[in-house]
Design a protein around this ligand. Structure first.
Ligand SMILES: CC(=O)[C@@H](O)[C@H](O)COP(=O)(O)O
Ligand SMILES: NCC(=O)COP(=O)(O)O
Length: 237
């Protein structure tokens, strides 16, 4: 089974546009769960331009499915997740001013940092996942630093999918086999949508979880949130 974790960053972006509390991210998270989502993902950024640190604290009290917090493990982020102890922490190597995540970890260059950070997070009982590009040496590095899971950065897959889906998935399939053999669980995320999700799932049956935000929230404008979540779940069957 592949779990669908809904990333609600974009809901917070909309709320922040007017300064009030509409839409209410807490209610949306609860509704996503009620409509069948098996997890809630947030990615607080240092400038808090969408999900705020306080939102993450408030969400912790209501999320009953898997809570996945993504981000660059700077001091403030680590304090937050140690307080909250979500099901899963996904480490993402984002620069402070990046528009959105655009690459995964260099698990070789950052071996010492990742090993220490992951050991600390695991000592608090959190599952750890690291955002990663599909390259075999990086996957081997992910196992070496002690991560429980990898999250494939699927931005390049999504970009190439419409031109040549076989070419787009090739490296991911090879790296998924390696990850399996090393005992790493496999998650995936970034720019996944209703056109490219089913193929990813079919090509990587061991996929444990996808986190989807931007496209899903955009689709919800047309189909409604409940229908949209059902549509994404259907792609994962
Ligand atoms: C790691 C990842 O791919 C997602 O968390 C994505 O970056 C969402 O972040 P934004 O909502 O800030 O684009
Ligand atoms: N980890 C990926 C994620 O949470 C959502 O990415 P996107 O669907 O907003 O591109």
């Amino acid at each position: 089974m592949t779990k669908l974790s809904v990333n609600i960053n974009k809901v917070a972006t909309l709320r922040n546009a007017r300064g009030g509390n509409n839409p209410d991210v807490i209610k949306v998270a609860q509704d996503c769960e009620r409509f069948g989502a098996q997890g809630i993902t947030v990615h607080p950024r240092p400038d808090e331009r969408h999900i705020r640190y306080q939102d993450v604290m408030d969400l912790q009290k209501v999320v009953t499915t898997e809570f996945n917090i993504e981000g660059n493990p700077n001091g403030r982020f680590l304090e937050l997740v140690k307080k909250i102890k979500p099901t899963q922490v996904t480490l993402v190597p984002d620069a402070e001013d990046v528009l959105t995540s655009d690459t995964g970890w260099d698990t070789i260059k950052y071996e010492v940092f990742l090993t220490e950070t992951i050991a600390e997070l695991k000592s608090y009982g959190m599952r750890t996942s690291i955002f990663i590009n599909p390259a075999k040496d990086l996957i081997t590095g992910a196992a070496k630093v002690g991560a429980d899971r990898i999250e494939f950065y699927t931005g390049p897959y999504a970009e190439q999918y419409s031109k040549d889906c076989e070419q787009a998935i090739e490296a991911y399939v090879e790296c998924a086999k390696l990850a399996n053999s090393l005992g790493l669980g496999i998650n995936a995320g970034h720019d996944l949508d209703l056109t490219n999700l089913q193929y990813l799932k079919h090509q990587i049956p061991a996929l444990k979880e996808v986190s989807i935000g931007h496209a899903l929230i955009c689709d919800a404008l047309y189909y409604g949130l409940e229908n949209t979540i059902q549509m994404y779940l259907r792609e994962l069957q």
